[in-house]
Design a binder for this molecule. Structure first.
Ligand SMILES: [Zn+2]
Ligand SMILES: [Zn+2]
Length: 541
């Protein structure tokens, strides 16, 4: 006897759950020669259907697309009758017919296909351009410092990838974009990102050109850490450059945030003023009007960065698009799926947006907060996974990516499935820390960085410390004078409490403590280069 079981998948989540249950039940009862047909709402659901189908190991599986689903019911009956005719004999003796029938051929035509064409062993979602760029040396991991970007190449590194709570494997959101012309940019600067940036081989004083999407602290927290320490660590001659949106009132904009941050840091900044700082506390804030649509906020060295406003509960949230040398990158920051993003990100090479799975019930179990709180928060702030797929589809990039998500093993499949409800092109995760994506016109390649657990700071360029060009004529680098020596910010009676160094120094290595710098404090550049074994000529233009 032939039984036809039809399982329809409408909404992915409920549909799959329902389909799996049905499938489990029916496989226990149906005879060997039964035909199971699984209707699939869209191409992207096919693999889910295939998962269900795999449970029907003794059965014939037919898959139908949207088009088939639109077929009137009487046709389904007709097909059943036809199949009955084709299989009845074989089924009667418990054997499934081996010869393909027109119905089987039809079903085969309806099977999922790679949107790029492709062939065996290339997967369903990988386009032919998913391959290492010429500069890639180790194809599975990026080892910082081991590769030179090609002149026509962009490298995107997710040096922070989460919203809240921060995790051991995920710092606050920050995307480092490096270009073949030597330029480097940071998009957002969330808590903990500096640690990863250092491990990527970038010295602290070289971290600059920071573009903040909005002033939620998971997007800028490490600025307060960077400012004093990069100034101390040698960014003596150069301001920190920060770009960000204005707010509805002046006190809500990026400029006001930086000013207030300096106030928050007042004790720290003054304390460090006992050391050489020079211009290191200067912050060049480029605040643009949050209302601008596709305004240019950076245009230098062939790089253009544009911005547009986003709906993220409070005015003053923006997205950025970087264009350089025919390559482009978008980071939407946080926000609801919107038409401006669909418009201004259109056709970008790498489109990065945020995503939140529609899993309030699961989140309640995980985080112990009521279900409504997750739904409410997401629905006024964020992009749900379904909307992420929809937005990526509108933008139609060469590569769609998500970051700013909890990279939880159990919910990733859900996120992928939801995104796939709309987007069947290349889709990659910009999480956990540190995912690295190399991009050229011909290739896109995704790896994880292999980072040292005990990374120190890479050497800053001497030009950062002593000026560009280096004062080669005199050969002497001039160090900024401390503005607030300790005598001016500490009582003598506090210093009197210090233990006499003679008591702890072994006499043969005794060194008189250096508590005052000469004025001027000079550094012999050649001598320093010799000691450090670096070639100064590399830094002379
Ligand atoms: Zn955020
Ligand atoms: Zn936010």
């Amino acid at each position: 006897m032939l039984t036809l079981v039809q399982v329809g998948i409408g909404k992915i989540r409920n549909g799959v759950a329902c389909a799996i249950r049905t499938a489990t039940v029916v496989t226990n009862f149906i005879p060997r020669a039964s035909l199971i047909q699984i209707n699939v709402a869209s191409w992207s659901n096919h693999y889910l259907a295939a998962q269900i189908a795999s449970s029907f190991s003794r059965s014939e599986i037919g898959m139908a697309t949207d088009d088939n689903r639109k077929t009137p019911p009487q046709n389904d009956l007709g097909r059943r009758d036809m199949l009955k005719g084709a299989f009845a004999g074989a089924a009667a003796v418990g054997i499934v017919a081996a010869e393909p029938t027109s119905a089987q051929a039809q079903a085969r035509d309806a099977m999922p296909k790679s949107p790029y064409g492709g062939g065996p062993s290339t997967g369903l979602q990988f386009p032919p351009y998913y391959k290492p760029t010429p500069s890639v040396r180790s194809r599975n991991n990026y080892f910082p410092g081991s590769e030179t970007l090609g002149p026509d190449e962009m490298r995107i590194s997710f040096v922070g990838s989460c919203p809240f709570p921060p995790r051991r494997d995920q710092a606050g959101t920050c995307i480092m974009v490096e270009l073949g012309n030597g330029d480097r940019f940071f998009f957002d600067f969330g808590p903990g990102c500096v640690k990863n940036i250092l491990a990527m081989g970038v010295s602290v004083p070289e971290i600059n050109d920071i573009f903040i999407t909005h002033l939620h602290v998971d997007h800028y927290h490490d600025l307060s850490y960077l400012l004093p320490f990069s100034a101390w660590a040698g960014r003596w001659k150069m301001p920190l450059r920060v770009t960000g949106p204005s707010g509805r009132t002046p006190d809500l904009g990026t400029k006001a945030m930086v000013a207030s941050m300096k106030q928050m840091l007042k004790w720290h900044l003054e304390a460090f003023d006992a050391c050489p700082i020079g211009d290191g506390y200067e912050v060049e804030v480029n605040e643009f009007d949050w209302k601008d649509e596709n305004g240019i906020c950076y245009d230098k060295n062939g790089v253009t960065i544009r911005h547009w406003r986003r709906s993220h509960v409070k005015d003053g949230a923006s997205a950025y698009r970087l264009d350089w040398n025919g390559l482009s990158f978008v980071w939407t920051g946080d926000g609801r799926p919107d038409d401006l993003t669909a418009k201004y990100a259109k056709g970008v090479d790498v489109f990065v947006t945020e995503t939140q799975p529609d899993l309030a019930r699961i989140n309640q179990l995980k985080y112990g907060l009521p279900e409504f709180l997750f739904n409410y928060t997401v629905d006024i702030h964020h992009t749900l996974t379904y909307a992420t797929g929809y937005l990526i589809k509108q933008v139609n990039p060469r590569c769609g990516m998500v970051t700013h998500l909890a990279f939880d093993n159990d919910t990733l499949n859900e996120t992928s499935a939801d995104v796939r409800a709309h987007w069947d092109g290349l889709f990659l995760y910009g999480a956990p820390d540190v995912v690295v994506v190399n991009v050229t016109k011909d290739a896109i390649w995704h790896r994880e960085a292999a980072l040292p657990g005990f990374s120190g700071q890479a050497l800053p360029k001497p030009t950062l410390l002593f000026g560009d060009p280096l004062p080669i004529a005199t050969g002497m680098g001039v160090v900024p004078q401390p503005r607030l020596p300790r005598e001016q910010q500490q009582e003598q009676l506090t210093r009197d409490l210090e233990i006499d160094p003679h008591k702890y120094y072994p006499p043969d290595v005794y060194r008189e403590p250096l508590t005052k710098l000469p004025n001027p404090q000079l550094v012999d550049l050649r001598e320093m280069a010799k000691v450090m074994n670096i070639d100064l000529a590399k830094f002379v233009k």
